[in-house]
Design a protein around this ligand. Sequence first.
Ligand code: ADP
Length: 798
Amino acid sequence: MQVILLMMPPAISEELERRLHATKAPGVECEVLHVRELERVPDLLPPGLVVVWDDGGPLEALAALCRHLDARRFFARTQLLVLTSRNAAGCEALAQSGADECLAPPGEPWGTRLVALQRRLKPRGEQSAAMSPQEFRRASLDQSFQTLMSGFSAMTGDESFRGLVAHLGSALHGMGALVGVLTEEQDKLRTLAFWSDDHFEENLSVPLTGSVHQEALYRGIFHVQEGVRARFPNDRTLQRLGTGGYLGGALRDAKGRAVGVLAVGRRESLAADRKDHVLIEAFAARAEAELERLRAEAELVQTRVFLRNFLEAVPDPIFIKDRTHRWVILNSAFARVMGLPMEKLIGKSDYDLVPAHEAALFWERDEQVFSSGQPNEHEERLTDLSGNTRIIITKKALFTVMNGEPFLIAIIRDITEARRLEMQLQLSERMASVGTLAAGVAHEINNPLAYISSNLAFLSEQLEQEGLSDRQRAEMRDAVQESLEGTRRVRLIVQDLKAFSRADDESQGPVEVHRVVQGSLRLVRNELEHRAQLTLELNTVPLVLGNESRLAQVLVNLLVNALQAFPAERPAGDNRIRIVTRTAAERVHVQVEDNGQGMTPEVQRRIFDPFFTTKPVGVGTGLGLSICNTIVQGMGGSIEVESTPGVGSTFRLNLPALVASVREPSASQKAQGPWKGPRRRVLLIDDEPAVGAAVRRLLYEFHEVHAVQDAREALQLILRGERYDAILCDVMMKGMSGVDFILELENLSPELARHTGLMSAGIFSEQARAFITERELHFLHKPFEREGLRLFVERLCG
Ligand code: ADP
């Protein structure tokens, strides 16, 4: 017999244990368990004694404990004793809550009480002498139903099946009970719990054919009052246990198919009336519910495994985030992208793993999906913990689960390698264009070079002569002027060519659209002059943000396409190309129109596809427009096309303006001719001394230029009280940069900072670019000419 002493002061529990051993009935072994915490009480209390100590706390708490224990015990086999000194009303309340006995703490009458209790327990399920069989059975049935409804309904799995068979056996006074299910082959019954003679047996599989359970399965309910062993001689379990009476019920699945058996057996005869049938059916229903729950659980596990395998089979990275933007599910492809094992990502958000500016962007794009419910797709940069940056395209969409909770699913495509190849291709395409244009450019360079060299020869001859006449001096002045003009043209052509072949693809900066238009025209000038009439309608437009050489590449492509669209036989005088620039809704439009052969709608639909061409091999590659499109999109713009076969085509670049409004040059700025404005003091900061000297020389006539090579020195001058009307500062310098200089100057003299402009040869950092854009700073491209420089300084002084 097992005795559990629950939450008892050590002195008392030791005393009790001693007395139990001293007074135990002959032949009864006592196993005493001291349990100090309620959590350690087994879910199913074993047959025997459970002794509870009343520590004098609230009666209701003690009654609740009794109810709790009552629900977990074997009926008629577990006695619940409370050691208490409460009065009669208190003891009554505890008895109502399930206590079988309320005893005063150990004293003299104890030993006798224990012996009495042990005796009461000894018959173990045999009819109690104190009750009539009918009374006892009715009490057991009621208790059984009550237990079914409350007690072990909270238990699941094995524990629940064990509870079922133990309670069923106990309620029907059987010596054994079992619950079993058919094996997959349907030829055996596999027990889920098997209780016999007060203990649980190991689970086993028994052959179905010839067994008593086959009848129960077949009939639904099967009862043999006595002699069951003789009726089923092949049922080895019946033989082994010496079963006489049997009551079994079939367990059915949700579709009504018999899938198992719940049965109770007795050595003696087992009389079962309608109530017992109801009881076994009720227990069977409970077992069926549990089987169904297990099936659903197994299905859930299967679904989970299915989902996981599915996610793993997708080669692209996938993740699911909850409403707090945390990853809840992801596949290994995504874990690889992030460079961390899966379990380290679950529960984390972007902010835990990627640089804050990237995380902020991802967060914002997640939020768009969560709040609008609309999917989105973006190309973005993703930097992992080791600092490796990838270019990815992320598609995100929203879905909700049954309780309405929203989740975000994202599929990522890593295009880092594709983008690298594309850049290589763009570069080689550009180099190829340079090659085809080189002949035209060489022609362009040779013209000015021809007269520069002849002028210089003339000058050197003239210099040999003494006593020059006024006419000779005038001619020499002209020769020098012409040569200067020639060098200017050579410089422009070389500069265009350099810009065109430059590989610094990522450098972005303010781009003067007209400068690019003029540069592109110079590159195709030769071809253009012979093939078409050109009209320019260049309206004042703001700067755009991008890369000058790339935009030039786009325009050259459009111009070459236009030139190639003219019918071969038509005279050049009838071929027309018109270039228009204008501003529309904070965007700059650059339009290239031709009156060439035009395009059919089918051709138009495909022109941006890579490798789509209608031109013969060797003439067209089909890459031009697809690359143009990528470049323009990279600038945040788009290309629109209108075309009519036989009439002509219009390609319109739609580019976002860098600043909302363009600063119109003032009347004085537009005016040409001798300078009549005031002479200003200009501070020039450039670490290249030659630039300082050149600016001083160029502006000498108009302004006083003070050149320094260090921005700190410039700050010192201003601190010392030197006054300037304008400052012109290089962006990239050794020591203090142009941006840092302006930041310092804003503290020192905000007014002067407003009259400060930056200049650069075009390549500068991302931060510098953002700084110039945000503050709408005046910006001058190097190299510059005198007139451009003068106008710029004028604007600064403004
Ligand atoms: P390619 O010029 O090498 O063929 P593109 O991508 O530049 O490649 O152009 C794709 C196609 O678009 C051309 O083959 C041509 O059919 C059509 N196309 C482009 N520009 C024009 C134009 N201005 N007029 C008529 N068709 C054009």
